[in-house]
Design a protein around this ligand. Structure first.
Ligand SMILES: Cc1cc2nc3c(=O)[nH]c(=O)nc-3n(C[C@H](O)[C@H](O)[C@H](O)COP(=O)(O)OP(=O)(O)OC[C@H]3O[C@@H](n4cnc5c(N)ncnc54)[C@H](O)[C@@H]3O)c2cc1C
Length: 156
């Protein structure tokens, strides 16, 4: 994998990958003074979401006074999905048709981030409008709510 190097990286930052912070170390006044990390590796099991596994014996202590957390999206909250028995994919999104947003449970529709994973507001609006049409049709037998045409967002 090739990573972009910007001018700020060239100022002297050293980047380390595939390490996970296990512990913050504070001084007696509660100020951060260090981190404990371990190396991690991706474990892939077909049909499941890849998991990060700690590599034993790789624990290391680093001096640190400032930690900035940049956390990625790790999937949607799934309580409602589990309560309703909704099928999910291996990225913890709820499975729903891209055509009519129907899930495996009749009368339950899903659109937006919970269906496609973390995305953009334009997609949430687009899917919300599409889903509204199909919910209306499901309830009323037909719908006058607009569906997007070829000129709107492409289906991806
Ligand atoms: C930090 C951050 C920055 C982002 N920046 C951008 C950006 O710059 N541009 C961009 O286009 N997109 C951005 N996004 C993505 C964008 O916000 C999402 O794609 C979009 O909001 C998804 O809309 P949604 O309606 O699918 O879900 P959400 O906006 O997440 O709406 C889901 C709603 O359901 C509610 N909810 C959850 N569980 C329950 C429950 N059990 N009962 C009732 N309500 C419930 C939640 O409170 C929430 O209000 C960003 C996302 C994040 C997290």
């Amino acid at each position: 994998m090739r990573l972009r190097t910007s001018s700020s990286h060239k100022e002297g930052a050293e980047r380390f990958f595939s390490i996970s912070t296990k512990k913050f170390i504070g001084d007696e006044e509660g100020n951060l003074k260090g981190l404990i990390t371990s190396e991690v590796e991706w474990v892939t099991v077909p049909g499941q979401r890849p998991q990060l596994k700690e590599v034993e014996g790789t624990e290391k202590e680093w001096k640190c006074e400032l930690a900035l957390l940049a956390l990625g999206f790790t999937g949607s909250e799934n309580t409602v999905a589990e309560q309703l028995g909704l099928e999910m994919d291996n990225r913890t999104n709820i499975k729903a048709s891209e055509i009519d947003y129907k899930t495996n449970i009749p009368g339950v529709f899903v659109a937006g981030d919970q269906r496609r994973g973390q995305s953009l507001i334009v997609w949430a609006i687009s899917e919300g409008r599409q889903a509204a049409h199909h919910v209306d049709k499901y309830l009323m037998g037909e719908s006058a709510l607009p569906l997007k045409g070829d000129g709107d967002l492409p289906r991806v």
